[in-house]
Design a protein around this ligand. Structure first.
Ligand code: GDD
Ligand code: MN
Length: 379
């Protein structure tokens, strides 16, 4: 038997830990849920008394100190763990990281805000343990389930998104948008490398990525009302959803970031043209008007990308100013290339929009390439 040089005892002498192996891990993504964490823990404790379980709170460095509350609870309760992520945001990414941090054979994902019904967890676990299902979904859209007091806009949006996902991605479960589900960890590990860490719709991603190969059972539950804190779902969640659908439709050829890049780029081009047009009307020499247009478009692109494309790594306050300055700096070369290309084209062929577009294209390629490497440091 191979031994480590410093060892006199065979490796087999290492005794196993004394904690019982966990059957179930409940992964709870949190952002600003300080008041909900202890309440959820008490509810899990009551609902899971017959099960060896653990809970992992995955907190994105909440400013209200949610992670501190979770750590404090973990000091006296070994079933509790907390992952504090710094410099990252995103519900899906947090869930993926939490699930991958557990060794339990079964993992559940649920919200911290008590809107999901923890009393369903033993039933969900039973369905997995009996082999009847590989994935169990807490569903608002099967008989016996409901969406609680969703307003008409949110209900309409939810139903519409569900129908789009079902038709385009050929998904045949009733509630692929649910944030409440449980599955076998081995199945998850197989799918994990293909999942998107951006966005909110991890279940939809899972089901679409599995492509019908997961045995799914849905159990009804009633979506509760949030008591403390507020929802983090904003209107930009629509973008995440559309991006995910498109990525899955194109077999991950077109990523969400790429789409947002293109969208912001298109808007930037519009801003560029408008500024160039106004500049020329004000009798600015062409090169100056083009330079000004690029500057305005660049600033707009930076702000929009910070708002949309990189909303998960959004820069704020001082970091925003620093990012903008860095953006100008690293794109200075791009701006020179932009004006140079545009002026050369204009010299050859004095068509302002052709010259402007050629220059802007040059600038856009630079801005995107360099900014994603240095300004937001995305993967
Ligand atoms: N770590 C982390 N990072 N957690 C987050 C983030 C984030 O960026 N954004 C939200 N969360 C946490 C919240 O703290 C909460 O525990 C959970 O994720 C759900 O967020 P909510 O803000 O409560 O979302 P919701 O109630 O509006 O939406 C829920 O229901 C939808 C179905 O209508 C979620 O479960 C959605 O995934 C689900 O689609
Ligand atoms: Mn919620």
């Amino acid at each position: 038997m191979a031994r480590h040089p410093g060892y006199t005892q065979p490796m087999t002498a290492i005794s196993p830990g004394t904690a019982p192996a966990r059957q179930l891990c409940v992964v709870v993504p949190t952002f600003k849920e300080r008041d909900n964490v202890p309440r959820l823990l008490a509810k899990l404790d009551a609902a899971l008394s017959a099960i060896a379980w653990e809970v992992i709170f995955v907190d994105d460095n909440s400013p209200d100190g949610t992670w501190e509350v979770a750590r404090q609870l973990a000091q006296t309760d070994s079933r509790v763990r907390c992952i504090r992520r710094i410099g990252r945001r995103g519900l899906s990414g947090a869930c993926i990281e939490g699930i991958l941090a557990s060794s339990a054979p079964y993992v559940a994902v649920m919200d911290a805000d008590l809107q999901h019904d923890e009393t369903q967890l033993p039933k969900m676990l039973g369905l997995l343990q009996s082999g009847e299902a590989e994935l169990v979904v807490g569903s608002r859209y099967v008989s016996g389930g409901d969406t609680g007091n969703f307003g008409s806009t949110r209900l309409g949006g939810s139903v519409l998104a569900t129908n789009i996902a079902k038709k385009l991605l050929h998904i045949d479960i009733a509630d692929p948008m649910s944030g409440f589900f449980m599955l076998r960890r081995d199945r998850f590990e197989q799918l994990a490398p293909k999942l998107s860490v951006q966005g909110f719709k991890i279940l939809l991603d899972l089901v679409a990525t599995a492509g019908g190969k997961l045995r799914v059972v849905e159990v009804p539950f009633s979506f509760g009302e949030r008591q403390h804190g507020e929802s983090k779902l904003d209107s930009l969640v629509v973008l995440d959803f559309l991006g995910l659908v498109l990525a899955k439709l194109t077999n991950d050829l077109v990523s969400l970031r790429f789409l947002l890049f293109a969208l912001v780029g298109g808007i930037g081009l519009g801003v560029h043209f408008a500024t160039l047009y106004v500049g020329l009307r004000l009798n600015l020499p062409f090169a100056e008007a083009q330079g000004l247009a690029a500057f305005v478009a660049m600033t707009g692109n930076f702000l929009l990308n910070n708002q949309l494309t990189y909303r998960d790594q959004r820069l704020r306050g001082f970091a925003l100013v620093r990012g903008l300055l860095m953006f100008y700096l690293v794109c200075g070369v791009g701006l020179l290339a932009n004006v140079g290309v545009a002026a050369t084209v204009f010299d050859q062929e004095p068509i302002w929009w052709l010259a402007g577009a050629a220059g802007a294209l040059m600038g856009v390629v630079w801005n995107y390439g360099v900014s994603s490497l240095f300004v937001w440091r995305s993967k």
